[in-house]
Design a protein around this ligand. Structure first.
Ligand SMILES: Nc1ncnc2c1ncn2[C@@H]1O[C@H](COP(=O)(O)OP(=O)(O)O)[C@@H](O)[C@H]1O
Ligand SMILES: N[C@@H](CCOP(=O)(O)O)C(=O)O
Length: 322
């Protein structure tokens, strides 16, 4: 469910007078997504996506997110282009919420990603990293190790309700990250949530990257690690090395990883799996049933995190040794 704030035809028509998009022909809410309210608009100028930003997105971060999409789209990355209002701004207000309109992208997100699709996503991720190198705004990653600690503080005491033993196991990882988390790897703007539901395909051809609302500045290799987690595990929990190899070779065909980035992949993948475990665990334990936020199973990522704890070298992800 992802229409948390409803809108009337009248208020939407008034909102659209701030744009050069012609008249409103129809609109409908979109069921998918989890953070914001999204609508498809059909106007005199075609189809667009309208997003009303809900409480979890900080209004102060919107210039970064929308500016990034604009920067990337103008550089040829297949992502939505924010539509400017008649006064030149990208952000308006609708139904008491900050709101923006972005271009509509064709495509379907893959429910069961294939190895060729993993290769395409690797290439697209590297393309995004290169294209964002000269983006002038920055945003620290609120969901890096210190952010995880805060989530853990809010979930730790009740974590046994999800899996016994988790408390001690996660505590131990925080001790590891205190000294083993990389201090300096090549960094820049990363997507930070490039899961299959944020990538559209037409067949095996990638047609769009969406949902830049976790984008931030961090290690590029951390974004690669997140994609390994999001794209290369099967429904039964097993890591698929063919998909891992496809994703990594796709990435390296555009932006080769340095030796230090390769060496760091196991700890980054472990940290990234913990990051998604913790956001899911926190929501699982703190959001009341029936609330308007989609809760996701934390155990899916606990299993991935446990897998990475056994990994000693990135060759286990399908990386070809230099
Ligand atoms: N530019 C776009 N073009 C086409 N569909 C889009 C676009 N942006 C979002 N959507 C649709 O809206 C859904 C939710 O978008 P998303 O940005 O993932 O929301 P949330 O931030 O709430 O997770 C997507 O799964 C997709 O169906
Ligand atoms: N990808 C995250 C949840 C974020 O949801 P999104 O709909 O904004 O991509 C997870 O799987 O935990």
């Amino acid at each position: 469910m992802a229409v948390y704030t409803d809108i009337t035809e009248t208020e939407l028509s008034v909102f659209l007078t701030g744009y050069d998009l012609g008249e409103l022909r129809s609109y409908r809410g979109i069921a998918e997504g989890s953070e914001n309210s999204n609508f498809v608009l059909h106007t005199g100028k075609g189809e667009f996506i309208l997003t009303l930003y809900e409480k979890r997105v900080e209004e102060a971060d919107l210039p970064f997110f929308l500016g990034l999409m604009q920067h990337l789209a103008l550089k040829g990355i297949t992502c939505p282009l924010p539509v400017a209002r008649s006064d030149g701004s990208l952000i308006g207000r609708l139904a008491g919420r900050p709101a923006a309109i972005i271009t509509f992208l064709e495509g379907i997100w893959p429910r069961r990603p294939t190895a060729p699709q993993c290769r395409e996503v690797g290439k697209a991720l590297a393309g995004m990293h290169l294209a964002s190198a000269d983006f002038t705004l920055s945003r620290p990653n609120a969901l890096s190790v210190e952010g995880w600690r805060k989530l853990w503080a809010g979930a730790r005491e009740r974590s046994g309700e999800v899996d016994t033993g988790l408390k001690e196991e996660i505590d131990r990882d925080f001790e590891l990250f205190a000294h083993a988390w990389p201090a300096d790897l090549p960094s820049g703007v990363i997507h930070a949530d490039l899961f299959p539901d944020n990538v559209f395909f037409l067949g095996d051809k990638l047609s769009g990257l969406i949902d830049f609302y976790f984008a931030c500045n961090d290690f590029y290799a951390y974004d690669v690690a997140t994609c390994l987690n999001a794209w290369c595990f099967e429904k039964d929990g097993a890591f698929n090395i063919t998909k891992g190899a496809a994703l990594l070779s796709g990435y390296e065909s555009v932006r080769p990883l340095s030796g230090r980035e390769k060496d760091a992949l196991p700890v980054l993948a472990r940290g990234s799996a913990l990051r998604f475990t913790l956001t899911r665990l926190y929501d699982w334990l703190t959001i009341p049933d029936g609330a308007l936020v989609q809760k996701r199973d934390p155990m899916e990522f606990v299993r991935r995190w446990r897998f990475h704890r056994q990994v000693v070298s990135a060759t286990e992800y399908g990386l070809i040794p230099a």
